[in-house]
Design a protein around this ligand. Structure first.
Ligand code: KIV
Ligand code: ZN
Length: 404
């Protein structure tokens, strides 16, 4: 049996930090319910000290979504309630407030963070490395006195001194952290650097074997998914992700991308997950609608075009055997609409199949009418930027029939 990959979803915390996104409490609860159904292991529900509204939303998620088992059981899926997590800086009031917000969930976690890179220590926090370690010891200990499940993140780990990181992380372990999350806060690392960082920390931190190692990658260079997967290849067993990859600046690692990578390549990633992949598309749509952050058409896994084929050669291929151009079955991620995009590159085979799908199979059109319709279709496709719609197809058929 392979190791379980813990899917920690931060759509409602880091995701909500996307410029322009604010979700109200009811919307957050709706998304949290869907994430629980999807099968994520941990929901980071917010940053409770940030505002009374954030506190209230996290507390309601802890109380209303924390106990839910609806949709989480079943073949290959989680058989436990979701863990509700609240974020806190290394400050007593933050930690106490986070604890008060999450404590009613059957499973709850406090996520404490403090920057460890020299640039953050010197200019943002104005503390020394020794003071940083001291604060980690005291505040992780303060959190541990309230809650068993404690995650610690050295913010900007991707640009921190490695030797110092191992010292800071060892302090966090001694003080009671159970998960160590390694943020590439500014999306600076390459996959090779990030993978090596995870391996180095696991091999050189005192007490490393007693904790779960986690990835948290930002997408500033478009490498968040690749970096997270490099982390998994080097021993991370938790990934921090957000639906559709939303988050600060260029966003976080996209949940759907990491999950479908480990799903598609079990021989590469020695882990299993408990996500119900058939809910990925609907979850993506819900997050896009409620957050107002639309998904780009060519976005991997959940984009409108992710399973559409337009060129005649590709359409002919998938009509003969879908695997010629599909590495994932669309229905496995919950996409149920047709996979042919009719446009100027489409050929006769796809055109005929589309006509059949629309009810014009068999002898609905004579050979001559079919030829006429195909010629008209090609010239229409040439002139339309957005592709030929079902409505256009019905009109084409009516046109050639009325000309007869
Ligand atoms: O990117 C980051 O460093 C974070 C931490 C709070 C974990 O989001
Ligand atoms: Zn982040």
């Amino acid at each position: 049996m392979t190791d379980k990959l813990i899917v920690f979803d931060t759509t409602l915390r880091d995701g909500e930090q996307s410029p322009g996104v604010t979700l109200n409490t009811e919307e957050k609860i709706e998304i949290a319910r869907q994430l629980a159904r999807l099968g994520v292991d941990v929901i980071e529900a917010g940053f409770p000290v940030a505002s009374p509204g954030d506190f209230n939303a996290v507390q309601r998620i802890a109380r209303e979504v924390g106990p839910l088992m609806d949709g989480r059981t079943g073949e290959g899926r989680v058989n436990a309630p979701v863990t509700i997590c609240g974020l806190a800086r290394c400050v007593e009031n933050d930690i106490q407030t986070a604890y008060d917000a999450i404590k009613d969930a059957p499973r709850h976690r406090i996520h404490v963070f403090l920057a460890t890179s020299d640039i953050h220590l010197e200019f943002k926090l104005k503390i020394s490395r020794e003071q940083c370690k001291q604060r980690i010891r005291e505040m992780v200990g303060f959190a541990k006195a309230r809650c068993q499940d404690i995650e610690f993140s050295p913010e900007d780990a991707g640009r921190s001194d490695r030797a110092f990181l191992t010292e800071a992380l060892a302090v966090a372990i001694e003080a009671g952290a159970t998960t160590l999350n390694i943020p590439d806060t500014v999306g600076y690392n390459t996959p090779q650097q990030y993978g090596e960082l995870i391996r180095y920390l696991r091999e050189n931190t005192r007490g490393a074997d007693s904790v779960v190692w986690s990835t948290h990658c930002h997408n500033d260079l478009g490498l968040a998914t690749a970096n997270s997967l490099a982390g998994v290849s080097n021993g991370a067993r938790q990934v921090e992700v957000a639906m559709n990859g939303i988050g600060e600046r260029a966003g976080n690692t996209a949940l759907e991308e990491v999950v479908m990578n480990v799903h598609t390549h079990p021989q590469v990633y020695p882990v299993h997950h408990t996500i119900n992949t058939r809910l990925l598309f609907s979850t993506s749509r819900m997050v896009a609608d409620l957050s107002g952050m639309s998904v780009q058409a060519n976005k991997a896994i959940v984009g409108r075009n992710a399973f559409l084929h337009e060129s005649g050669i590709h359409q002919d291929g998938v009509l003969k055997n879908k695997q010629t151009y599909e590495i994932i079955r669309p229905e496995d991620v919950g996409v149920t609409t047709g996979n042919l995009a009719l446009g100027k590159h489409s050929g006769r085979h796809a055109f005929k199949t589309k006509l059949e799908e629309l009810g014009y199979g068999g002898s609905a059109l004579s050979d001559t009418q079919f030829q006429q319709a195909f010629v008209k279709f090609k010239s229409l496709a040439d002139s339309k930027k957005s592709g030929v719609t079902d409505g256009d197809m019905h009109a084409l058929v009516a046109d050639v029939r009325s000309a007869a």
